[in-house]
Write a protein that binds this ligand. Structure first.
Ligand code: 5GP
Length: 196
């Protein structure tokens, strides 16, 4: 998605070897027009699939997930990262190792908001080693719902998550795949390869 790649080139900051900071449009300040275009592209890529619910994880997945949910007129569920008194005890849970925080956390979703008749699209901001999406997939399996696939805004193709998930037969659609980041130079995989 060219618009997204331009935005990443313009305002993305490379931190260390493998973290991309996109606080100007996605992870802190949010660009709603860009999020709308991103949502339209996800909907286009998953045309001809039946989606009854969007599932993401708090907090950065929520904005794009809501816009996809709005376009499809389906509810959006976000997994919670902290145990909350408000969340009822009857939950599906999964352990997720956080790439950015370097710690394992438990994500949870109330059993009241997923059902086995659901056909779910996962949306997330980044794909690195695939742990967040695997955690969401685990929760979908516990609920006996089915999963259409995962829509990712930025995939870091030099990390192992994309190959891991696709190797498991999970459909992953990434709007920008970064093959290399170094010294403020970002190399994107070309669109043709993105579709393979
Ligand atoms: P994974 O679970 O695939 O290893 O990492 C994906 C999750 O970690 C995403 O939900 C995202 O919040 C965070 N993440 C991973 N890599 C990056 C990155 O380079 N930049 C930012 N901002 N978040 C990242």
């Amino acid at each position: 998605m060219e618009l997204l790649k331009k935005k990443i080139e313009l305002s993305g900051e490379i931190i260390g070897d493998d973290v991309l900071k996109v606080d100007k449009f996605l992870n802190h300040q949010i660009d709603p027009d860009l999020m709308h275009e991103i949502a339209k592209e996800f909907v286009r890529r998953f045309t001809n699939t039946t989606i009854t619910k969007i599932l993401t994880v708090e907090s950065s997945g929520i904005a794009p997930a809501v816009l996809v949910g709005q376009l499809l007129s389906v509810p959006v569920v976000f997994a919670k990262k902290k145990q909350s008194l408000n969340l009822d005890k009857d939950t599906y849970t999964a352990d997720v190792y956080s790439f950015t925080k370097r710690e394992t956390c438990v994500i949870s979703v109330s059993k009241k908001v997923l059902s086995e008749s659901d056909s779910i699209l996962i949306i997330d901001d980044f794909l690195a080693n695939g742990q967040a999406i695997l955690g969401l997939y685990e929760i979908i399996k516990q609920s006996n719902a089915s999963m259409v696939g995962a829509g990712v805004i930025i995939e870091k193709g030099f990390q192992k998550g994309g190959a891991l998930l696709r190797g498991m037969g999970i459909r992953v659609e990434s709007l920008a795949i970064i093959d290399n980041m170094s010294e403020n130079r970002i190399t994107f995989r070309n669109e043709e390869e993105e579709r393979t």
